[in-house]
Design a protein around this ligand. Structure first.
Ligand SMILES: [Zn+2]
Length: 406
């Protein structure tokens, strides 16, 4: 792709739209995007990869998030790429909270085509970015562009947000291209959300701790995390026994350039499945939560892909949806861009209401901001996160666990 150059917003959005159609063909969210340097050269273009082969592959594999990880991976390999403030991401759909947090954490620019009233960072179409924590709003206003759509249809709009970078000669999107970006996403959204919520209900789940050590499911769990299934608590009630696992991952997080964060995933029985550190030296957005939720989705994908129907049934019985378990963050979210990305990625992992009997699915050990500030951050998020999933992190109840990490 490196030989391609786009100096018109319209030409760039047309590439994003064709990626979105490829995503729709793959059966995932119909969203695509590309990354441009300061001259308009196309560095990379790709599409959403949340679903592959009819299975959930990675709930964090949105276009913008993948482009940013691609950028950091290329730099880590020694490629001389311009700094993020000279890079423009062009996306067919308004970035969700995860992708907005990732864009702001890195300092990238973004040009947005279609709106997303449920999950978009500009869901209210005001370009005020009131869905973001206050300290991030001005930065979004300086880096998120919503080009004009000239015409009189329902797709028409005036330009809003930041002015696109100066290499763009044409700064508008045509109505048909904008309509295409909207319609391709709308055609896929409900089916993919349903697939992300098609797992067995808790009464149908079985305890993976009862499986023999050489079972394929146990081996798959121990591959990303050798300590899987070696700790267990009462369901949804992490206690001080989890502390050594979190502390070990927190130390690894520091070795990998992080501030000492770690995230554990407990299943519906209270079994420890994963406890991951971030990999911030690889990429500024590979936080502990991103690593944990992705690792769980991908180990399920690997087990399910190519399996017989009987094997698939077994995997689904022993490895349920994370919404029925508990994510335990060593450090609670703060008001920064990486935490906002994590909250958004948590929303992308759920993609539907939390179970009524498990409203405290997201727990943290050490608070980073006062509880009322965290409540305000969550209450300002776009409707999917605020009204449907109802994201509301709570501190773990066990004071011995808090003391062990403090
Ligand atoms: Zn996204």
């Amino acid at each position: 792709m490196a030989f391609k150059k786009t100096i018109d917003v319209q030409a760039a959005v047309a590439i994003a739209a064709s990626e979105a159609i490829a995503a729709r063909t793959q059966g995932t969210f119909g969203v695509g995007g590309l990354m441009l340097d300061q001259h308009g050269n196309v560095l990379q273009s790709l599409h959403n990869n949340v679903v592959k082969d009819g299975l959930v592959f990675d709930p964090t594999a949105h276009g913008e998030r993948q482009l940013i990880d691609w950028y950091y991976a290329e730099r880590a390999r020694g490629r001389d790429l311009p700094p993020p403030q000279d890079i423009t991401i062009v996306t067919s759909l308004d970035p969700c909270c995860m992708c907005s947090g990732a864009i702001l954490a890195g300092g990238f620019n973004v040009v947005v085509a279609a709106p997303d009233k449920a999950s978009g960072i500009n869901h209210d179409n005001s370009a005020s970015f009131s869905a973001l924590p206050p300290a991030l709003r001005a930065r979004a206003g300086d880096s998120f562009s919503y080009p004009a759509i000239l015409g009189s249809s329902l797709y028409a709009r005036p330009a809003a947000g930041a002015v696109p970078k100066s290499f763009f000669i044409g700064k508008t999107i045509s109505e048909p291209t904008q309509a295409l970006c909207s319609l391709v996403f709308e055609a896929t959204s409900s089916d993919v959300m349903a697939l992300l919520n098609s797992d067995l209900p808790p009464p149908a789940l079985q305890d993976p701790a009862t499986l023999p050590a050489d079972h394929a499911i146990v081996r798959a769990l121990k591959q990303p995390y050798p300590d899987a299934l070696t700790y267990r608590c009462a369901p949804h009630q992490p206690d001080a026994g989890l502390a050594p696992f979190l502390l070990q991952a927190m130390a690894r997080d520091r070795e990998h350039g992080g501030a000492g964060d770690a995230v554990a995933l407990l299943d519906a029985f209270g079994n420890l499945l994963l406890c991951m550190a971030g990999r911030l030296t690889q990429s500024g957005i590979r936080s502990a939560f991103m690593e944990t939720t992705r690792a769980y989705a991908q180990l399920r994908y690997k087990l399910l892909n190519g399996a017989t129907p009987a094997q698939r049934d077994e995997v689904r019985r022993y490895l349920g949806h994370p919404k029925d378990g508990t994510f335990v963050f060593a450090r609670g979210p703060d008001a920064g861009a990486v935490s906002y990305m994590n909250l958004g990625a948590y929303g992308s992992t759920m993609e539907g209401p939390l179970p009524l009997e498990n409203p405290a699915q997201l727990q943290y050990v050490l608070p980073s901001v006062p509880d009322d500030e965290l409540a305000a951050i969550c209450a300002a998020m776009p409707p999917l996160y605020r009204d449907v999933i109802r994201i509301r992190p709570t501190q773990v109840a066990d004071q011995a666990l808090v003391a062990a990490l403090a």
